[in-house]
Design a protein around this ligand. Sequence first.
Ligand SMILES: Cc1ncc(COP(=O)(O)O)c(C=O)c1O
Length: 327
Amino acid sequence: MPVISAPQDFNEDDLYVDLESFAGHPLFLKCEGFNFAGSIKLKAASEMVEAAERDGLLRPDSILIESSSGNLGVALSMIAASRGYRFLCVTDSRCNLSTRLLMEALGAEVHVVTEAGDGGFLGARIDHVRELCASDGRYVWLNQYMNPHNGMAHYRRTAPAIARQFPDLDVLFVGAGTTGTLMGCARYFREWHRPVRIVAVDSVGSVTFGDTPGRRMIPGLGTSVRPPLLDTSYVDEVVHVPEADTIRVCHRLARRGFLFGGSTGTVVSGATDWLAAHGDRDLTAVAIAPDLGERYLETIYQSNWVHDLYGEHVLAQRTAAAPSPAA
Ligand SMILES: Cc1ncc(COP(=O)(O)O)c(C=O)c1O
């Protein structure tokens, strides 16, 4: 029986959904949404805050500040509340309303950037963080985009948890945002006892792997500025997924009773297509699901939002039949 005294002390690291009947090939989905922050970013947040405390960067009057599309912001709001720091999150207008309210409920201050600059929304958020840091010495910016402890969290925790459960792992599908999860897992498996193919999954319109910038409305994956943590020599392949496919996969999973977040739809879509093109049935394949679906009720799971952005027919195309009731 786990008994905790700080919210960041609990994280379910050993839960997988068997997606073989969904993907048409064996595929296990590692669920990272079962902790008090509701996402994989809890691990990055804990690792970065602990390192900053060890290095003496955080003092009792420090104000943590971070640019986040939402999930890191929630995780930092929770840890800041638990450890007695103030926290200011700089996000943008694509951040889900419920995610923003969650941060505020945990005592964080939230600034929403509404104009994208030359570096897109991400560039505008980072400019705002820099201005605030220059205005007051109490701000401490952990900078998830450059902080090595972001990737280290996954090198130390996410990848070993997968390795423990799948000693015969052949291929790992990881979504790319800051690329902390991707790089941490890829570095761990590069040193492992057998080769693992690392497949990065990104959104169409993200510049991370050199794609042309384009509209992206689903937070979590993709960037408008190339992530400094990324070292492509660790990545074997990249799959780009259009957001319309992300939406379809999220809805298909929901019809099976699994309500996941947008980036999970992207990763599962990319993994399904990759396995259909390359997979032999004996491959051991794992994909990472960064969060759950409740934060996306007013967006991905709301038909007006979907129809306005992706067209009336987006959910009618390429939609496989729902499973028939079990005998
Ligand atoms: C829902 C979701 N998916 C994926 C990611 C990407 O993870 P990473 O920043 O480790 O690349 C994030 C990061 O914020 C996220 O919030």
